[in-house]
Design a protein around this ligand. Structure first.
Ligand code: MG
Length: 192
């Protein structure tokens, strides 16, 4: 089975576009005029992209869904499974997070002109995986559009009505609570 995993709110607690923007301008306030210009010229996509190019993801500061990580590690032990990170966050951030975890084969993120959420995310999944069965793991209303076109799903949510909405559009295999914590130090140091 192919598993496609969303990032913001699913694998990690926060929205990387927001986190990377605020952390960057707090560190480098001289970039504020450039941020206005990027947003003016190319909207949110250009701003997200340019911030992503200069932002350094610090994995040790992010909070992860540890139960989901354990589950993905288990899935990866079966050679018939392949797992991808597919996120609306910008490509450079998605690549950095995907390459941190050995269970991800690859990471797909937003580009300067494609916001990889909802129907764009489904289109990418169809393009790469064709008619293969895909299980999509997500957490938000925008993910309903992805579940509508995928074989099955896993939901990360504490909200009963949202879980019911997801069950109306695809077969939901599993539900994880939206519970997030830092990776333990041992895990981080093992990664060198
Ligand atoms: Mg999400």
């Amino acid at each position: 089975m192919i598993y496609c995993v969303d990032l913001d709110g699913t694998l990690i607690s926060n929205d990387m576009s927001v986190t990377s923007f605020f952390e960057t301008i707090l560190k480098k306030p001289q970039l504020i005029p450039a941020c206005y210009r990027w947003h003016h010229e190319g909207g949110r996509a250009r701003l997200k992209y340019n911030i992503g190019e200069i932002y350094n993801v610090d994995i040790s500061r992010l909070k992860f869904n540890l139960e989901l990580i354990d589950y993905l590690m288990e899935l990866a032990e079966n050679p018939d499974n392949s797992i991808y990170l597919v996120s609306g966050s910008t490509q450079s951030i998605v690549s950095k997070i995907a390459s941190y975890f050995s269970f991800f084969k690859e990471g797909f993120g937003s580009s300067i002109d494609v916001n990889l959420t909802g129907k764009n995310k489904l289109a990418l999944i169809k393009k790469y995986f064709g008619d293969s069965d895909v299980c999509y793991i997500g957490n938000a209303r925008v993910d309903l559009k992805v579940w509508e076109g995928t074989h099955s799903g896993i939901v990360v949510s504490n909200c009963g009505s949202f879980i019911s909405s997801a069950k109306k559009v695809t077969r939901i295999e599993k539900v994880f609570k939206g519970r997030f914590a830092h990776l333990n130090q041992e895990y981080i140091s093992n990664k060198g």
